[in-house]
Design a protein. Sequence first.
Length: 361
Amino acid sequence: MTDILCVSHIPAFAILGDNERDLRQLQSIFLSEATVVGFTKTSELLDWLGDNDCDLLLLDFCRINEQVEDQPLLKCVRQTRSMARTPVIIFTEGIDASMEQRFLRCGAKDYILKPFYPDVVRRRVNHILRYEYLHNHVTQEVSYQVALAEKRLAASRRLFQEMVLALAKTIDAKDRYTSGHSERVADYARTIAEKAGEPQEIQDEIYYIGLVHDIGKIGIPKNIINKPGRLTDDEYTVIQSHTVIGASILQNIDEVPWFAIGAHYHHERYDGQGYPQGLKGEEIPKLARIIAVADAYDAMTSTRSYRSALPQQTVRAEILKGRGQQFDPYYADIMLSMIDEDVHYRLREHTPILLTSHHSA
Ligand SMILES: [Fe+2]
């Protein structure tokens, strides 16, 4: 019954009645759920309240006008150690508006009618205890629930990030020539978005899009992906289908609809000569235009089966050449400025050989 209070302890109820019969009946109602102590003498109740914790006082209405040392009974009760904030419920044989007004003014919370119906008594008592518990603990409870929600949200975010990263590693593991490609594209694309003044939320979206933009490669035969040397026209057509395959893999993730957009359109060209749909200019979603620049940059700055990473100035020239043709000029310009700032050519695939040459430089 007292589901909230029972979490921490067995509640204690005190009763001040007018006769033993009422006390026995009320005690029997709460027998298994609370410690119930009944009194017919006010002085004994006050003594008990001075020494014990009390969660609820049930008070016979006929005692409400009682005076204790020239004070109203309830005022005196409130001065005892355990009753400062403890709720009081009145029980009475009948009630009218003036009686209700009187007991409410005295600070009682509710009333129970005699004869006692156990179910009604329990419900009223439980209702008051719940209300009091929440009232007294609301700040503590809200803080606890907010902290719990934040903890769960952070755990969900971490799980999301780790799962997407795992997915990116799965994609890259299939292509032995593009190890780490997805993570680098994600990093470059996020930096472009940041320099373009996009808010943090968009930067994060771009990063995750970058991680999974090539997920459709999972559906491409390994012998084509890992083929050393140039691809035939037919093989190139198969490779191109990774955009559509990727979109179909991701399109049902309703919570993150931009996943599919990145996978679908990252090979569109600004001049409309790209694939799979030949979209042009700003018809291409912004997120995909950013990924396109980052993707091409990483392709040129990584070692491939048929060549080493290109020199930085060659990469710069290619980005410049593609400005307004392959790439959105705005994002191409940002990439060019990133290249110019990168005087030590750090933005590239760092193979052990490259790292060694970098340290010796
Ligand atoms: Fe791709």
